[in-house]
Design a binder for this molecule. Structure first.
Ligand code: NAD
Length: 322
C-alpha cells in the first residue's frame, strides 16, 4: 500500500485547530481503510516565526516542500502583521512561486501625489492552460457546464484575452456547454439562481471574492475547501480551507473543521484515493445531517466533537462494509 508524504503548515489563528482536526480524520481513515499510509511532517511557518526571524519561509524551505506528495495548509494572517505581508510571505509564496503573475508600482509613498498601481499580467499561455483545465473539470462532472467569469467590459485588455481564449478552447470541448458572465452580474446570479451554475472559472481576484460568496450561500465560510493544483504534478499541490485565520474565534474551540475535512477529501482524490475521499465526504455529510454542527452552522458542537463524530462515522461505515 502506498505511503503519501504530507507537509502540514497550520500557520495562524484557527489554522492549527482545523489542521489538527483534518489530520485526525485522515489518520482515522488510513487506520480503518488499510489501503494507504500517510506520513505527516509539520512546518511551523507562521506569523510568529516571521515576527521572530523576519521570514515566513526559512531558506531552502520551498525546496524541502518539493519532496512531499501534497501540502495541507491552514490559514495565514495575524493582527500584528499587515495582510499583504502575511499573504505574499507564506501562502502565495508557496502556491505561485514559478508563475509570472502580478506586478505593482508605488511611488512617492505618503505624499499627496502618491501613485499606486496593481497590474495583473495575463499571458495567453497561462490563461489557456487554466481555461483548458476548467473545461476538462466541467467535462468530468455530470452537467458538463462551465461559466467563464470576467469583467471584460471595464478591464478591456486582460479580460478580453480571457474571452477570446475561452472561445478558442471551447472548440475542443463540443460536449461542454459554456457561458460568459461579468463578475458583478455573477454575484446576482449566484445569489438568486445558483441552480443555473456548475463549474466556474475566473481570475484570482474575482474567484477569491466569488468563492467566499459561494461558501456563504452554502451555509458558512467554515465548510468550503480550496485546492491549489499543479496539474503537471511537477510540484506538490496545496490544499486548504477557504477561510482565513478568524481571529475572533481563535482558541475558543468552535472553528468549523468541515472545510478542512472537505479539503482533506480533495487532497485524497488528487492523490488517487477516490474511495477514501468519498468515504470521508459521506461521513461528514452524515454527521451534519445528525445536527452535530458548530455555531456558524447554527449548532452547538465544538471542533473536537465534530471531529470525533466524523471519526466514529468512519469506523461505523467500514464496519458496515465488512
Ligand atoms: P476569515 O475567513 O478569517 O473570517 C471571516 C469570518 O468567518 C469571521 O467571523 C470568522 O470567525 C468566520 N470563520 C472563518 N472560518 C471559520 C470556521 N472554520 N468556522 C467558523 N467560523 C469561521 O476572514 P478575515 O476575517 O477577513 O481574515 C482574517 C485573517 O485571515 C486576515 O489576516 C486575512 O488576511 C487572513 N486570510 C487568510 C487566508 C488564507 O490563509 N488562505 C484566507 C482569507 C483570509
Amino acid at each position: 500500500r502506498p505511503t503519501y508524504k504530507i507537509a502540514s503548515i497550520p500557520a495562524d489563528g484557527i489554522g492549527p485547530e482545523v489542521v489538527e482536526a483534518g489530520i485526525t480524520v485522515l489518520k482515522c481513515l488510513s487506520k480503518f481503510l488499510y489501503t494507504f499510509n500517510l506520513e505527516f511532517e509539520h512546518f511551523n511557518w507562521s506569523s510568529n516565526l516571521y515576527l521572530k526571524t523576519g521570514k515566513y519561509i526559512p531558506d531552502g524551505g520551498l525546496e524541502r516542500l518539493k519532496e512531499f506528495d501534497a501540502i495541507l495548509f491552514g490559514a495565514v494572517g495575524a493582527p500584528n502583521v499587515p495582510d499583504h505581508i502575511s499573504l505574499w510571505g507564506l501562502r502565495l509564496a508557496i502556491c505561485q512561486p514559478f508563475q509570472q503573475y502580478a506586478n505593482g508600482g508605488r511611488s512617492h509613498v505618503g505624499q499627496p501625489w502618491e501613485v499606486a498601481t496593481e497590474v495583473a499580467i495575463f499571458t495567453r499561455h497561462a490563461v489557456e492552460r487554466l481555461i483548458r483545465f476548467a473545461f476538462e473539470t466541467a467535462r468530468s462532472r455530470p452537467r458538463k457546464f462551465l461559466t467563464v467569469v470576467t469583467k471584460s467590459n471595464a478591464q478591456r485588455n486582460g479580460m478580453v484575452l480571457w474571452d477570446e481564449v475561452a472561445e478558442l478552447v471551447a472548440k475542443d470541448f463540443s460536449d461542454v456547454t459554456y457561458d460568459k458572465m461579468l463578475v458583478d452580474a455573477m454575484t446576482v446570479r449566484m445569489t438568486l439562481k445558483p441552480e443555473t451554475l456548475d463549474t466556474i472559472v475566473a481570475s484570482n481576484l474575482h474567484a477569491d471574492i466569488l468563492s467566499d460568496l459561494a461558501a456563504a450561500l452554502a451555509g458558512s465560510i467554515g465548510i468550503a475547501p480550496t485546492s491549489n493544483l499543479d496539474p503537471t504534478r511537477k510540484n506538490p499541490s496545496m490544499f486548504e480551507p477557504i477561510h482565513g485565520s478568524a481571529f475572533d474565534i481563535t482558541g475558543k474551540g468552535i472553528a468549523n473543521p468541515v472545510a478542512t475535512f472537505w479539503t482533506a477529501a480533495e487532497m485524497l482524490a488528487w492523490l488517487g484515493e477516490e474511495d477514501a475521499s468519498n468515504t470521508l465526504m459521506e461521513c461528514v455529510e452524515r454527521v451534519c445531517e445528525k445536527g452535530i454542527k458548530t455555531a456558524d452552522l447554527g449548532g452547538t458542537a465544538t471542533t473536537i466533537q465534530v471531529t470525533e463524530a466524523v471519526c466514529e462515522e468512519i469506523e461505523r461505515n467500514l464496519d458496515v462494509k465488512k
